[in-house]
Design a protein. Structure first.
Length: 394
């Protein structure tokens, strides 16, 4: 709602509230509860009367059922009348309202339903008033929830603007961290190229490279020596790539015997150490020569063995000494840029004006119309109900 709509809604809500005040705001819920109970009674009686009209010489069982329903409704009317007295004694309904209830029950007892329904229109109006008031209350409550949510969001955006105004970044550190990242990417590209070149190497030669690199294969030193001894005895198998060796692990005894006469030795020295060949076959998916480790032996290996890596490694050494500080500044820079992007569709002045309007609307929701004056509640009477029996005089 805009403020004009809020004023109209508040005025309408206040008007409904004034109408309820005339009944008695504290007593109104009891009046509505009794009105709805009386409406249910009237509708029940009308239903039975309509059914009776449609029955021609009904079966005895049907008539008995109709009679039982009629008796039950009669008891309900008596129970309703007792409730009127009880509610009045407890101060829950006004005297005039009690009189109207009694007048209707008297008409029902005299079987003057048309007249009872005519007088019940007053209570139907109260039921409608109650529903309209509940709907109006819900609409105003929902509007307040929306405004409070919008207020919270706007205040958060304002805080973000204030936070941005206080921020500063060391651009030199940001640049150095970005440069460090570019060098890492370059070394990763060189690593992939180098590993790809290794895949075509003979296993015997490749095992030497992997072992001498001081990487994860250093733990398998004893096993690698055993494998190399086997390849010395079977040099043709030593020329196989890691992928070709892995293909032999699932070979039958007959097929294996074509490439290695002593298949038992193959299984003992090679197949038993198949995890080593599986690593060699998938070096790009292992930590082999990992850039992220950044340890001295790995970097030295890059400089000495991988073409184009020496200069990048030297640059990395220079930048790595302050890389932690540079990264912190870079992350701060990213956060600031992200916040600027989020706020790109707003201005501080716009948000200030919006927040002022929201606060004004919330204040308006909690105010009463200036022209409306609260009405006095009707005083509770005691004369009419001094004698309970007066309700039921014919």
């Amino acid at each position: 709602m805009n403020q004009e709509e809020i004023v109209k809604s508040k005025a309408h809500h206040y008007e409904l509230e004034q109408r309820i005040e005339k009944i008695g705001k504290e007593q109104f819920p009891s009046v509505i509860r009794l009105s709805e109970a009386l409406k249910e009674l009237i509708e029940g009686i009308e239903t039975i009367q309509e059914k009776e009209k449609t029955l021609h010489d009904p079966h005895v069982n049907v008539r008995i059922k109709m009679m039982k329903k009629g008796i039950k409704l009669g008891k309900n009317i008596k129970y309703f009348e007792d409730n009127i007295v009880l509610e009045f004694d407890q101060g829950n309904i006004p005297e005039e309202t009690g009189k109207k209830f009694v007048a209707i029950t008297k008409l029902i007892r005299k079987n003057k339903m048309w007249a009872a329904k005519q007088q019940f229109e007053y209570f139907q109006g109260l039921i409608d008033l109650s529903r309209e008031y509940a709907k109006s209350s819900e609409a105003l409550e929902n509007e307040e929830k929306l405004l409070l949510k919008e207020q919270h969001n706007t205040q958060k955006l304002m805080q973000d603007f204030l936070w941005l105004e206080k921020q500063s970044v060391d651009e030199d550190k940001v640049r150095k961290y970005e440069q460090w990242g570019q060098i890492i990417k370059k070394l990763e590209t060189l690593r992939r190229t180098y590993i790809t070149s290794l895949s075509s190497k003979a296993s015997r030669e490749l095992l030497g490279d992997a072992y001498l690199s001081g990487d994860q294969f250093s733990e398998d030193g004893g096993k690698i020596k055993e494998i190399q001894a086997f390849f010395a005895e079977y040099p043709e198998l030593g020329k196989y790539t890691a992928a070709q060796i892995c293909a032999l692990f699932g070979a039958s005894e007959k097929k294996l015997s074509h490439v290695c006469a002593e298949t038992s030795k193959f299984r003992a020295s090679i197949a038993e150490n198949k995890q080593i060949f599986e690593k060699l076959h998938a070096l790009d998916r292992t930590s082999f020569l990992s850039i992220t480790s950044g340890d001295a032996p790995t970097m030295e290996f890059y400089s000495n063995n991988i073409p184009g890596a020496a200069e990048a490694v030297e640059q990395l050494k220079t930048l790595s000494s302050q890389n932690q500080e540079n990264e912190a500044e870079y992350q701060k820079h990213k956060e600031i840029e992200k916040k600027k992007q989020e706020l790109s569709g707003y201005s501080k002045e716009q948000l200030e004006a919006q927040l002022q309007e929201i606060n004004s609307s919330i204040k308006l929701l909690h105010s009463n119309p200036e022209t409306a004056a609260p009405s006095e509640k009707e005083k509770k009477g005691t004369s009419f109900f001094s004698k309970v029996t007066s309700f039921f005089r014919s």
